[in-house]
Design a protein around this ligand. Sequence first.
Ligand SMILES: [Zn+2]
Length: 271
Amino acid sequence: MLAAPELQRHAPRLLRLWEQACEAGPQELEDLLLAFDADGASHANARALPQGLGERNLRLLALRERLLGPQLALLADCPHCASPVEFSLDCRALLHSLNDAKTPSEASEEQVLELDGYHLRFRRPVAEDLQACASALTQAQPPALGPALDGAQFARLLLQRCILDCEPPNEAARLAPLPEPLCQALAERLEQLDPAAHIRLQLHCPDCAQDWSAPLAPAPLLWQELRGQAEQLLSEIGQLARAFGWSEEQVLSLSPRRRQAYLQLCEEASP
Ligand SMILES: [Zn+2]
């Protein structure tokens, strides 16, 4: 039986999501989850979905809370002693803290950064930028030929896409790559402008007493849970179909309570 009553109401949509998301890349998966949240239309127009990275994360966390409740049990490996550390996360509390820190500026709003004689005009990154950077790097180095995407290369490419205009201090600087302190300052400004874009959790290891911070990506996390729920549902449908000769549609038309009662009968009848 599905763990979450709220998810029971969306059982047919959950199976459609499962079918589509199993084949999807990371960005498409995030779009599918946001569309599931938006209006239930699994083919919702991707352009109508929020594009700001922070807003997408906030929506996904809110969806997680709505469908499966606020408490999340997670596991991370301590980077100092490699011990597995179990911890729980309260989605609602995290959403509140992120909403408090949320910036009112629009993703497309133009920003300015001045440092060491450079004058930069830039904007915040959006989902489309992540997709474009991932495609550019994959084309430059197909996964079969090289290692996974280089994080530093990806970050630099993303910064470049967000720069609308750059006035260097002199002609020589015009031909040189952007200095590292400027890239660093730009990355920090982007983080301040959209704190929910990159969620980090402060963790503590009970074994070696060290602290560290770990990234939290709401989309893959939510998908992992929904995938488990969808596969559980498929198994229940299979069980009832075998026992009573019903179709998937007929099983899904039963109320969760009746479905549970018939599953109980199947279990009692099995030797
Ligand atoms: Zn440790």
